[in-house]
Design a protein around this ligand. Structure first.
Ligand code: ZN
Length: 201
């Protein structure tokens, strides 16, 4: 058999033997491992020149839509510790930490489908910088209503939560949070180097 006999895998375009295609429903040996229900997403991800940018667009549309749905005081994103996935929550109040029992998640179905997409893209990129950029764009309208935008990960300390509240919101909003939680600005400033580096990665 010659190379010209080969056909394209219908997901990843790798050239495969017709016999392989026949046995694997048109897929190469790698793509056939993708569960049937994920194959449409895998195909869409492959067709995308930059799947991560596409995922960020999906997050932007989602945040714009769900941000308006809350009457709570706090709206924002909580991530895993390396910021590779983000979910969206509202709180009446954030005290010294993110309390799971106090949180109300919104947009969970939409987030599931974005995560599904990101998983297929295997981007492994940090969402820290893109998601905070989106949150910063909506914070002025929240702040004008006395509401607060937040970003973080479960288990963050008060100083870390305050750092992101200061990064995302106007001055008086962040001063309020620090005051309510007996935090000095010096304590928050101590995180400047670490988080600035993280944001510019
Ligand atoms: Zn393939």
């Amino acid at each position: 058999m010659t190379a010209t006999d080969r056909v394209k895998c219908i997901i990843c375009d790798r050239m495969i033997l017709p016999t392989t295609a026949q046995v694997n429903d048109g897929l190469c040996a790698q793509c056939v491992k993708i569960p049937r229900k994920d194959r449409e997403t895998a195909k869409a991800v492959h067709a995308e020149t930059n799947p991560f940018d596409r995922a960020i667009d999906m997050y932007r549309n989602l945040i714009d839509a769900i941000a308006q749905q809350t009457s709570k005081n706090y709206f924002g994103a909580i991530c895993d510790p390396v910021f590779e996935s983000a979910r969206f929550y509202t709180f009446d109040n954030i005290g010294e930490c993110f309390d799971y029992d106090e949180a109300q998640e919104i947009g969970s179905d939409e987030v599931d489908s974005i995560e599904h997409y990101l998983l297929a893209a295997q981007s492994g990129n940090s969402l820290l910088s893109p998601i905070t950029a989106i949150l910063r764009s909506i914070s002025p309208s929240f702040n004008s209503q006395g509401k607060v935008i937040f970003f973080g990960s479960w288990g963050m300390g008060t100083d870390e939560i305050a750092w992101f509240i200061r990064y995302l919101n106007n001055r008086s909003t962040s001063l309020n949070y620090m005051q309510e939680n007996d935090l000095s600005e010096i304590e928050v400033d101590a995180l400047n180097d670490a988080f600035t580096k993280e944001l510019n990665r």
